[in-house]
Design a protein around this ligand. Structure first.
Ligand code: FAD
Length: 380
């Protein structure tokens, strides 16, 4: 048996005696990354069906609203984040058309948040001292006291990336299409509706469920552990600093507000965030929250407006995206529903991009297990 590299299955080491028919439900970062990984594998005929596609803006379609950057959140080594970083780094280095660039991330810790064990939104493993991910990302350092602003107890920085989602999502679609993946619009009432949606007309062997937040309403799934974590942001034309900034908490929020700034690649504007409001379905930007977000951003980074305050912010849009939070964590597993195998990949909360490739690799392993059970393919 020749060795098979699971991350490079376009290699001729894998041959399949029959093509597998796969329908991916969902065209957010999770569904698109899975579709691309399975298309790279070869031997799969793939249809992506979705209610929303890149280019659409609807708070329930989370992916376009993300910053998106890499700020690892898992409390300890995590396969999803650990295996995604090398791929995003590779794209930032070698693939300008994907819309990803390197940015230094600076994390500021407040003393009260540290004393509380960083229990605030998003801060699970991100702000702890000496985190596991210091060996993953380049250049992780604790900043000297002279670089720690008043009111903060400490700060660290590392090299990260910022993804322009308006470029990256269509790029993923293009990469899929170049490998024969077919895209269709459809709104499913039940996950088994996908059995009729392959462009081949055949019943799919495997359905991938990447429906994000709406998995809580999709028949056959109806996952009650899934709920929104409302993210309000302001996108501005102002450019601040080469650094992305994120603080461990805010003085004027309700414990579900954050201060972060990141500049998207390729003229994508600067994202000012934000909120992480669990259970809140409100898709309309709240003007009071928007004012707080902008005030905090210009305080944390006066260079944004040359010291002129929030009036000098040049707003592109106010927006809300609903993160697919899942109590107990992401769901990546396989289940036989009405006689067809379904591989679930949903519930990524605030880390869907920074875990996207690791999750897609796991989905591919589950697909391979099913294929081998169904005797759909054979490996050399
Ligand atoms: P979605 O993008 O919501 O896609 C779901 C897909 O399923 C859509 O195509 C939808 O139409 C389809 N669908 C659902 N139900 C049905 C149905 N019944 N029939 C047909 N199709 C259906 N993550 C990071 O990694 N880094 C960040 O910096 C970051 N920042 C964020 C900032 C904000 C403000 C927000 C809101 C999120 C942020 N995230 C970030 C989180 C990230 O955006 C999400 O984890 C990720 O987008 C989830 O992607 P998804 O593909 O699972 O879901």
């Amino acid at each position: 048996m020749l060795p098979v590299d699971p991350k490079n299955l376009s290699s001729p080491l894998v041959t399949l005696s029959t093509m597998s028919t796969i329908v991916v439900v969902g065209a957010g970062v999770s569904g698109l990354t899975c579709a691309l990984q399975l298309a790279k594998q070869g031997g799969n005929t793939i249809t992506v069906v979705a209610k929303h596609m890149p280019g659409d803006y609807d708070p329930e379609y989370t992916s376009p609203f993300a910053g998106a950057n890499v700020l690892p959140m898992a409390p300890e080594y995590n396969r999803w984040e650990g295996e995604t970083w090398p791929e995003l780094k590779r794209l930032a280095e070698t693939c300008p058309e994907a819309g990803i660039h390197f940015q230094k991330a600076v994390l500021y810790r407040r003393a009260q948040d540290e004393a509380a064990g960083f229990a605030g939104p998003l801060s699970d493993g991100l702000f702890v001292r000496n985190p596991w991910y210091k060996d993953l990302v380049p250049d992780y350092v604790d900043l000297p006291a002279s670089e720690v602003p008043e009111g903060m107890s400490s700060a660290s920085s590392f090299t990260s990336v910022c993804i322009n989602t308006a470029i990256y999502l269509p790029w993923l679609v293009g990469q899929c299409r170049a490998r024969g993946v077919v895209f269709k619009r459809a709104v499913l009432k039940h996950i088994s509706d996908a059995a009729k949606l392959s462009h081949t007309g055949r019943k799919p062997d495997i359905i991938i469920n990447a429906t994000g937040l709406l998995s809580c309403r999709l028949g056959g799934v109806m996952d009650k552990k899934v709920m929104p974590a409302r993210g309000q942001v302001v996108l501005v034309r102002n450019e601040a600093t080469p650094n992305m900034v994120c603080t461990s908490g805010t003085d004027d929020g309700n414990g579900d507000e954050l201060c972060y700034i990141m500049q998207r690649a390729a003229g994508g504007g600067t994202i000012l965030g934000g909120t992480y409001m669990k259970g809140n379905w409100d898709g309309v930007p709240d003007p009071n929250i928007a004012t707080r977000i902008m005030k905090r951003a210009v305080e944390a980074c006066p260079a944004l407006t040359g010291g002129k305050g929030i009036e000098a912010l040049d707003v592109i849009r106010h927006a809300v995206g609903l993160r697919p939070y899942r109590e107990g964590g992401v769901r990546i597993d396989k289940e036989n529903i009405n006689g067809t195998w379904v591989v679930h990949n949903y519930g990524h909360g605030g880390w869907g991009y920074q875990g996207s490739w690791g999750c897609a690799f796991r989905v591919q392993e589950l697909v391979d297990e099913i294929k081998s059970e169904l005797k759909l393919g054979s490996k050399l």
